[in-house]
Ligand binder design. Structure first.
Ligand code: PMP
Length: 379
């Protein structure tokens, strides 16, 4: 058989600013111990899986029709959950959801960012933020968390944050709390200082507190949800990917004023949340107590991991999340690779010299500890 020569691929008219860009994502490798993307190590319990299957079957009967575009039942369930979890009193109209909090935040940038506008966050922070800005043609500013030479490298200094806001006049400020990759939660006073500064800008702006890891915060650390009644420019985003063990279901959500949510309704694609996703998420919310039952266990193991790392001479960032940032290594890539060679996948992220490990099962953390000691003793 004679195969015809493949014609040279034509140069596609990709946007100039996207040329040479790589798709974002951590390696998805098949190894025994996966601790690299802050997933919950515990699968959904069989009785909840069975309920989800029933709910999906019921939804499937109606899949010839588009799903409920406003998903008000799901929004009511999310509001009820936040009342239980944080005591926040919210109307269903104050909740929004999308396929992961990534999509929720893309909606925020689509509605409040755009050409000629700026979005700002404080590094090191979640590496997707600049991508939402790029994709919505919003200018991006990487702010600093602290003035140079400051002792606490990962907290956000309110004065320093506010002076950068005055300077750059952002339309959108993104604050991750607890922050990824450092694990740092922000005091509400810092969030309030940022809100006041943003409200005082000539064109105003909005502030998103990204609480993707909010359920893992330590005792006494408040959620920014309690600031919502006084702050119509504030949104607090959450996700079912972490504490709920549902990363595969893709359900992120946000609470804000009604006006804020109405702005997001303008930019969403019609029917963006499938009937299957809505059915799975509502089932999960019915079982929230069972699904979240192991969050405490993960928090305890997180604290034990911090102590163990410190005891063994590593520098460790305080964490209110389900991961720990630790270092400092002259050659962090060699340590990451050494762990991978022993079947333990963690994340090479954060400031130079640091690595991030997600909190897994007791057995997985034991494998991590054994592998890490082998690797550092070899060096
Ligand atoms: N915010 C932060 C800080 C995150 O770390 C992540 C996931 N790694 C997300 C948002 C997005 O999560 P998802 O889209 O799964 O809700």
């Amino acid at each position: 058989m004679v195969s015809s020569p493949t014609p040279a691929a034509p140069a596609l008219p990709l946007r100039e600013d996207l040329r040479g860009e790589q798709p974002y994502g951590a390696p998805q490798l098949s190894v025994p111990v996966v601790l690299n993307v802050n997933e919950n190590p515990y699968p959904v319990a069989p009785e909840i899986v069975a309920d989800m299957a029933d709910a999906v079957a019921a939804a499937a009967v109606g899949l010839n029709r588009y799903p409920d575009r406003e998903f008000l039942d799901l929004r009511a369930d999310l509001a009820a959950f936040l009342l239980r979890e944080s005591g926040a009193e919210l109307l269903p109209e104050q909740l929004w959801a999308a396929n992961g909090s990534n999509e929720v935040m893309l909606h925020v940038l689509q509605a409040f960012g755009g050409p000629g506008r700026t979005a700002l966050s404080f590094a090191p922070t979640y590496s997707m933020y600049p991508e939402y800005a790029r994709d919505t043609l919003t200018d991006w500013v990487t702010g600093e968390r602290r003035p140079a030479g400051s002792e606490d490298p990962f907290g956000v200094d309110p004065e320093h944050a506010c002076s950068q806001i005055r300077h750059h006049r952002p339309s959108v400020v993104l604050l991750a709390s607890p922050n990824n990759p450092t694990g740092t939660a922000l005091p509400l006073s810092t969030v309030e200082a940022v809100l006041a500064e943003v409200a005082a800008l000539p064109a105003g702006g909005v502030v998103v507190v990204d609480e993707a890891y909010g359920e893992f915060r330590r005792e006494g650390v408040p959620s920014a949800l309690q600031l919502l009644p006084q702050h119509p420019r504030l949104a607090v985003s959450r996700t079912m990917s972490k504490a709920f063990s549902l990363a595969g279901a893709r359900l992120g959500y946000l609470a804000a004023s009604r006006e804020f949510v109405d702005a997001l309704r303008i930019v969403r694609l019609p029917y963006h949340l499938s009937a299957v996703t809505q059915a799975v998420a509502r089932t999960a919310l019915r079982h929230s107590e069972t699904l979240l039952a192991r969050v405490d266990e993960l928090r305890v193991r997180r604290d034990e991991t911090v102590q163990w790392l410190r005891h063994n001479g590593f520098t460790v960032a305080e964490s209110d999340a389900n991961f720990v940032l630790f270092g400092e290594f002259d050659d962090r890539h060699a340590v990451w690779q050494g762990l991978l060679d022993r079947g333990v996948l963690i994340r090479e992220t954060g400031p130079a010299g640091w690595l991030r490990v997600s909190i897994g099962t007791a057995e997985e953390m034991q494998s991590f500890r054994t592998a890490l000691m082998e690797v550092v003793n070899e060096q």
